[in-house]
Design a binder for this molecule. Sequence first.
Ligand code: BG6
Length: 471
Amino acid sequence: MNKQFPENFLWGASSSAFQIEGGWEEDGKGKTVADFNSFKRSHLQADSKVASDFYHRYKEDIALMKEMGLKIYRFSISWARIIPKGDGDINQKGIDFYNNVIDCMLEHGIIPFITLYHFDLPYALVEKYNGWESRECAFAFERYAKVCFEAFGDRVKYWQVHNEQNLMIRVDERMNISEEDPLKADRMRAQMDYHMFLAHALAVKACHAIVTDGKIGPAVSSTCTYAHSNKPEDVWAAKMNDWFKTNYCLDIHFTGEYPGYYMRYLKERNIVPVMEEGDKEILKGAKMDYIALNYYRTLCARYLPADEEHPVGSRICRTNEVDFDQYGYFRDEKNPNLTASEYGAQIDPMGLRIVLNEYYQRYRLPLIVTENGLGTADVLTEDKKVHDDYRIEYLRGHIEACALAIEDGVELMGYSPWSVMDLLSSHQGFKKRYGFIYVNRDDHDLKGLERIKKDSYYWYKNVIKTNGEVL
Ligand code: BG6
């Protein structure tokens, strides 16, 4: 195979600030929710203090990206590096750092593809008003976004607002939700979600006003759920899982309105967020230019009727076997037709072709894959090689799925897998690696942080060089 990738296809690789940068309090950076969460696990695994040390080694790392042939590098800006308190003074040293990174990339012919917010809300905003629970947070974010557009928009044309709002909102730790009462927690969650939608819309508008030729969109965690059987209830469970986890979010970005099934859920639980007059216009008026999606695996849902033991909306349902916390009646099953990674992700390239087609048919907007990859332990041999054929196989299958989706008529702008180099996994430190470049460190031993090209690095380099022909 194949010749299906357009000439200007954006081959890339991805990362995020708290997972790669380190330098967590250097040059005035404020602490973030992501730092705070990672420190809670410092005794067990690596935290964000050093991570991959990109903050000090970005020149070497960008040179390696160039050698790999990347057309884009998708990374995030740390809000707390730019505005340490979230809504206070601007930190010029933070702006200088990203200016240096962007300029270095451009000198190497790599297009910057920037996410504004990847799980790392400035902690000062949590202390001030519990972060996204307050409407103020949406306006603090708007200001931060404007600062970025003004500082970098002359050179950066591709922007993403929030990374995986739709997933983040369901992870208490990322949102800083510690409320024990499930109903109160879900009310808070719904309000936070709403404020993030508002922030998204404000940032989209600001980008269009400030950045000449700027393109901006969300980066969603895509969901593809199969029914466990052909029982109508199972099919319904699978659909609802996709609607509640991802589609509602894209629909709100697209139409500015909550879809009916979602509003019904909010009303039934009496947790409809407070919305102010005039918000509708803001939400409706912000048109995204493309959709970025992150894709790792598929799910398989079995209907589980609500009962006394599993009442609707109950936290009881948030156990290992139930992967849905809003209606509380979807059991996530193993799919016998798929193999899973050692961390349980069911590997499924066909699912990527499905979501690409689905999102393109629903919204008719260009798409880009901004995360996709295999997280696993790698072995560094004595002669300093990493033979990660399992990763090559994973990526090959998913790149083929992209080619097939393009043949299906999907307008796919690019493919930017996770991750450019080994970095801090959100829950498994440095044990679980995704990168093309090995970073020689363990969870608690920094060693030399040496960069070592894995077999997948050379393989991907060829994929890019031949525009997908050597698959
Ligand atoms: C994505 C996140 O959902 O999953 C990344 O955007 C994250 O930040 C990636 O690293 C992989 O998850 P994990 O838990 O294996 O690091």
